[in-house]
Design a protein around this ligand. Structure first.
Ligand SMILES: *Cc1c(COP(=O)(O)O)cnc(C)c1O
Ligand code: SF4
Length: 325
C-alpha cells in the first residue's frame, strides 16, 4: 500500500482504536472528540504496536485524549514557547544563531497529546506565499547556515514537494545544511521511500534526519528496517524524545530506548522536558525527577548513547540543558 493511502486509513475515531485493542470504553476515561479541539488521530502502523487489553500501554497514553486534558494549571498555556510564526507572512522561525526553522506544513500524521502545537494556529496548510517569503528571508540573512524543516511534520509533504524545497535552498549560497525533524519514519515507516532517501543523499547540501521516539516499543521490525535502510545509504540519523510521566520516566525504559535506537542506526540527541502547553499537565515530570533520571542514565549508558536533557525557554538563544535551569 502506498504511504498516502495508508495515511488516509488512519484511526480518527477513538471507538475504532479501542475496539482494535479490545478495550471497553468504560475502562478508560476517554474524552470524546467534541470535548477537545485537538483531534484524535493515529496511524494504523503505530496502533499495531499498542498492546491489547492494556489501558496503561505507554504508546496508547501518548495518543488517547483523556479527561486529564481538562485539568488546567495556570502555568500551562496555549503558547508555552512564545513563538511568533509567520512574521510578515513567512513560515520561518529564527531564534538561534546560524539555524532557522522552516514550517513546511502545519499537518501531522499523528496527534500526540503532549504536543506544544496542540493549541497552535498553524494546524492549517502553509501558504505557498509564506514559503516563498521564507526563502526570501533566508537568502537575505547571511548568518543562516542550516535550515531545519519542521512543522507539523515536513514528511507529510510528498517527495516532489520536498525536491522543490531542496532546490530553492540549494540556490542560496550560504546555506550548507538541511535538517529534517520528523516523526513519520516512526509512525508511518512506509513514508521512507527510495526517492526520499535518494533526495537526502544526492543533494549538494549536508543533510540529517532527526526522528522522534519516546519509548522502545515504538520501534517494531518494520520501523527498524526502514531506519536501517536510511543508515545504510549513509544518512545521519538522530532521535529526540519528550520525557513523559507514566510513559518513559524510568531509567530501565530510557536505557533500553537508547540501546534499541543504536541498534537501528540512530543516535540519541535531545531528551526534551515537556513544554507546558494547556491540556498536557498530566505528562509533566518534575525537574528534580528528570535530573535523577539523567544521573542514572549516565551511569548505565556509554556517553554516545546519552541524550542531552533540555528545556525550551522562551527568548533564550538555545535549548537550555537541564542542569543549568
Ligand atoms: C529547537 C530549535 C532549533 C534547533 O535547535 P538545535 O539545538 O540546533 O537542535 C532551531 N530553531 C528553533 C526555533 C528551535 O525551536
Ligand atoms: S508528531 Fe511531533 S509535531 Fe506532530 S503531534 Fe506529534 S509531537 Fe506534535
Amino acid at each position: 500500500m502506498n504511504w498516502r493511502k495508508e495515511l488516509v486509513s488512519s484511526y480518527t475515531r477513538i471507538e475504532d482504536l479501542l475496539s482494535l485493542l479490545e478495550l471497553d470504553i468504560n475502562q478508560i476515561d476517554a474524552l470524546i472528540s467534541a470535548e477537545t479541539h485537538f483531534p484524535f488521530k493515529v496511524t494504523q502502523a503505530y496502533a499495531s504496536r499498542i498492546k491489547l487489553r492494556d489501558p496503561n500501554d505507554p504508546l496508547l497514553l501518548q495518543v488517547l485524549p483523556t479527561s486529564s486534558e481538562l485539568v488546567n494549571p495556570l502555568n500551562f498555556v496555549d503558547d508555552p514557547v512564545e513563538e511568533e510564526p509567520f512574521e510578515k507572512d513567512s513560515s520561518l522561525l529564527k531564534k538561534y544563531h546560524g539555524r532557522a526553522l522552516l514550517i513546511a506544513t502545519g499537518a501531522c500524521a499523528i496527534n500526540c497529546r503532549y504536543c506544544f502545537r496542540r493549541a497552535f494556529p498553524y494546524q492549517h496548510m502553509v501558504r505557498t506565499q509564506a514559503l516563498e517569503n521564507a526563502f526570501e528571508q533566508i537568502s537575505r540573512d547571511l548568518s543562516i547556515k542550516e535550515v531545519i524543516l519542521s512543522g507539523g511534520d515536513p514528511l507529510i509533504l510528498d517527495d516532489q514537494q520536498l525536491v522543490s524545497i531542496f532546490e530553492s535552498l540549494q540556490q542560496i549560497k550560504h546555506v550548507e545544511r538541511i535538517r529534517i525533524h520528523s516523526r513519520l519514519p516512526i509512525v508511518l515507516p512506509s513514508r521512507v521511500t527510495k526517492q526520499f532517501i535518494k533526495l537526502m543523499r544526492d543533494t549538494s547540501l549536508k543533510t540529517s534526519l532527526v526522528v522522534h521516539v519516546n519509548h522502545p516499543n515504538e520501534l517494531d521490525n518494520l520501523t527498524i528496517e526502514s531506519l536501517r535502510r536510511c543508515k545504510e545509504s549513509g544518512l545521519i540519523l538522530l532521535n529526540q524524545s519528550v520525557l513523559l510521566r507514566n510513559i518513559n520516566n524510568n531509567a530501565d525504559t530510557l536505557t533500553k530506548l537508547s540501546e534499541v535506537l543504536f541498534s537501528a542506526g540512530v543516535l540519541p540527541y535531545y531528551m526534551h522536558l515537556l513544554d507546558r502547553v494547556k491540556g498536557a499537565s498530566h505528562f509533566e515530570v518534575s525537574d528534580t525527577e528528570a535530573l535523577g533520571l539523567e544521573a542514572q542514565l549516565r551511569i548505565r549508558l556509554p556517553g554516545y548513547l546519552m541524550p542531552t536533557f533540555v528545556r525550551e525557554i522562551s527568548k533564550k538563544g538555545s535549548k537550555i540543558p537541564l542542569a543549568q535551569i
